[in-house]
Design a protein around this ligand. Structure first.
Ligand code: GDG
Length: 485
């Protein structure tokens, strides 16, 4: 008997404080989180990426986190390796080198990621890549199967695992299965570009609950289901598909806002924050923090900063823009192209505007510690979050949580980030319009204290309301059939 099967008594989910232990024992169900990449128990929050940040709260004692170890081997493993830390079981498999390249770089990041970010021009489709994607989803399902108990709630995450639920059903799994899409969903006309569109939708719709970041994404999925699966959703977003009821829900992801505020307060005292402060002197800081990804709108953002310096020369020498762009997916061609593009634009701007004692744009591609980032947000007068498309964008929420309430900075936010649906008191911009973004940065830099405070107060209340914990418990309530989790 494996370690997890022995671990019956510990089974409990994360809103423990909301129910008495006795009540909880009665309806306790173990949660199995499944994501492509499983963070190592010791690196929680250490890497750049929103999924691990948003799910850190879901991995509570008794739960299991299943997925890829991050290691590549000769062949994809058939049996999971188990490690338990702080009561959470981490069950991981290695991916075969060839599977990794075709599944991860090929189909997931070469086809699905660009398409779901509305960049069909970047989509690279190949049948062998898609077959590897299906095979890896099958391998995940097969390796998870022996670890499952009858009452487990299975919660699958994101675009790398669209067909895993269907594979589990094929293997006879009848547990409740949920799926959450961290990235945007597209309308039928765009999804149609992808040859296996119907198969992928059917894969997702093998779940009981399918969750999205925004109402727009949920409705796009329902439109696609109508168009490709010939189903008839009701007004609540429920439809029957292959003798099963599927429900589409909107459960926006968030952060642990209070903990992030504390982190930012502590971060102020660290060496990194002091070094940044010394290098800035009296200058205002405009800050961007993103994975180096074409969905984040970095070339357009650099251009907008160039327009700020050109159109509003009063800011020359008085402002510094720091862009942290942690390298990601460097084996994919479009990411290499982006990197060269940013190098060029940063060089152009600095060549044009720098002085012997002032460099307007600082741009770095190595990852920074989470504590340092929190301290940098706190120092920044402007948080620049201008993706061309984004499921949610947790950087926007972290920036708000990190501010001094007495003297807060201003968030400039793309209307195409899911976060813009909630964070309406930010300065909302169209990231494709460099002049509009430049004007917003100027407005932010010159905004009176009282207006900054009042915008920030509303934003903070929202960030404290839709937290990571709430995201997890809302989704699991749906998955548990409406039972308070
Ligand atoms: C996907 C969706 C959705 C960034 N650089 C460093 C670093 N980060 C951290 C940030 C933040 C996280 O990574 C990025 O989260 P985002 O939400 O902004 O973006 P994605 O990675 O694209 O996440 C997104 C999210 O999933 C959750 O559902 O919001 O729309 O695309 O926490 O602070 N962290 C460290 N060093 C860095 O250099 N340690």
């Amino acid at each position: 008997m494996n370690e997890v099967l022995k671990n019956k008594v510990l089974s409990r989910s994360f809103s423990v404080e909301r129910a008495s232990m006795a009540g909880l024992q009665a309806k306790m169900k173990r949660t199995i989180i499944v994501s492509n990449r499983v963070p190592s128990p010791h690196e929680k929050g250490a890497t750049a990426g929103g999924l691990a940040v948003g799910l850190a709260d879901a991995a509570t004692p008794g739960s299991m986190w299943f997925g890829w170890s991050g290691k590549r081997a000769l062949e994809t493993s058939t049996k999971a390796e188990m490690v338990t830390a702080d009561g959470v079981t981490y069950a991981t498999i290695d991916l075969g080198e060839r599977d990794y390249t075709r599944f991860y770089n090929g189909f997931a990041n070469g086809a699905l990621w660009p398409l779901f970010h509305f960049r069909s021009g970047l989509l690279m489709f190949s049948r062998p890549d898609y077959e590897a994607y299906r095979a890896v989803n099958r391998a995940f399902a097969k390796a998870l199967l022996p670890l499952l108990q009858p009452d487990d709630l299975i919660w699958i995450h994101d675009y790398q695992l669209l067909t895993m639920a269907a594979e589990l059903r094929e293997l006879g799994v009848v547990n409740r299965i949920g799926f959450f899409m961290h990235i945007p969903f597209v309308p039928p006309a765009l999804l149609a570009v992808l040859p296996p569109a119907a198969e992928l939708l059917a894969g997702m719709s093998a779940c009981d609950v399918v969750g999205f970041q925004t109402e727009r994404d949920r409705l796009a999925y329902l439109d696609c289901a109508k168009a490709f699966l010939n189903v008839n959703p009701d007004r609540e977003g429920r439809f029957a598909f292959r003798e099963r009821q599927v429900q589409a829900v909107t459960t926006p992801i968030g952060i642990d806002a209070d903990r992030f505020t504390e982190l930012a307060e502590r971060a102020e005292l660290t060496g990194d924050a002091k070094r940044l402060n010394e290098s800035l002197g009296e200058r205002a800081l405009v800050l961007g923090v993103d994975r180096l990804d074409y969905s984040k709108g970095l070339p357009q953002r650099f251009d907008a900063f160039g327009r700020l310096l050109y159109c509003f020369p009063q800011h020359l020498r008085k402002v510094a823009f720091l862009q942290i762009a942690a390298r990601s997916r460097q084996e994919v061609g479009s990411y290499q192209t982006l990197r060269r593009e940013l190098d060029r634009r940063a060089g152009d701007i600095n060549g044009e505007f720098s002085d012997f004692d002032w460099v307007p744009l600082r741009y770095m591609t190595h990852p920074v510690k989470r504590t340092a980032i929190a301290g940098f947000y706190r120092r920044a007068r402007v948080g620049l979050v201008t993706p061309l498309r984004d499921g949610m964008n947790l950087v926007a929420k972290e920036y708000v949580a990190a501010q001094y309430e007495a003297n807060p900075g201003v968030l400039v936010l793309s209307r195409f980030a899911g976060a813009a649906d909630e964070l309406t008191e930010a300065l909302i911009v169209n990231p494709f319009d460099a002049d509009e973004v430049a004007e917003a940065i100027h407005t932010a830099l010159t905004m009176p204290l009282q207006e900054r405070q009042s915008r920030h107060k509303s934003l903070l209340a929202k960030v404290r309301h839709t937290t990571a914990r709430r995201f997890c418990s809302d989704f699991l309530d749906h998955l548990n059939g409406g039972v308070q989790h």
